[in-house]
Design a binder for this molecule. Structure first.
Ligand code: PRP
Length: 211
């Protein structure tokens, strides 16, 4: 039997993903050991697992290096990869929002609005296609909340989970763009070639909360 390979977004999502998979009998003891290994195998069930940076998970799945990916909807929306998004796993819940300092509220509809974000495609879609507003988009790689505080941007488009980062930095939400949660994504060829195994996993995940 061929291996079934899972690409998991490193960090909190991967831990929760493994907890969920364990409930349907897919586990990997090797992953629980503290090591610098990048890929882990469970020979008994012929599964491999690897951890990748979230933005790279859809790439591994699209190219077939992984049959299945578990990653946030935010990454899938941003990356636009040619893969099946088959299931909402209902964990890792947060949302995309527009936020800024309270005094920026008056300029939200301005065509000079400066928007800092890690998610250029999502911000572009929101402003250009939904709001029909021209804005200046500024790409950052992290700690986006800093941008309005130091005057780099007027607002940010970013993920909000508990809201504590915004609160701690005196920022408020002006608009909510869409909800986010972890998703199961599948390579298009794997879906055909390993159909029975993948369908069984999808069915199993539905019994433990996926949708
Ligand atoms: C994410 C996001 C916010 C924060 C939101 O950042 O970009 O900064 O979490 O969470 P909260 O609403 O619970 O405070 P992440 O921790 O991924 O780090 P980064 O800013 O370096 O990307």
């Amino acid at each position: 039997m061929d291996y079934l390979t899972f690409a998991l977004a490193k960090g909190r999502l991967a831990e929760k993903a493994m907890e969920l998979l364990e409930k349907i009998g897919i586990s990997c003891d090797e992953m629980k050991e503290d090591s610098r290994k990048l890929i882990f195998t469970n020979e008994d069930i012929k599964c491999k697992f690897f951890l990748a940076k979230a933005q790279d998970v859809p790439t591994y799945v699209e190219h077939g290096a992984a049959d299945i990916g578990i990653v946030g909807r935010d990454t899938l929306l941003e990356e636009h990869r040619n893969i099946y998004q088959v299931m909402d796993l209902k964990f890792g819940k947060c949302r995309f929002a527009v936020a800024g300092r309270p005094e920026s509220k008056d300029m939200l509809n301005s065509n000079d609005l400066r928007v800092a974000t890690k998610y250029l495609n999502i911000a572009r879609d929101y402003y250009y296609n939904q709001k029909h507003q021209t804005v200046e988009l500024i790409k950052l790689n992290g700690s986006v909340e800093l941008a309005p505080i130091v005057g780099l941007s007027d607002v940010i488009v970013d993920i909000v989970e508990t809201g504590s980062t915004l609160k701690a930095n005196g920022l408020q939400i002006f608009d909510e763009i869409c909800p986010i949660s972890a998703r199961l994504a599948v390579n298009r060829v794997s879906m055909k070639m390993k159909h029975d195994r993948i369908t069984e996993i999808i069915k199993g995940l539905k019994t433990v909360g996926g949708e």
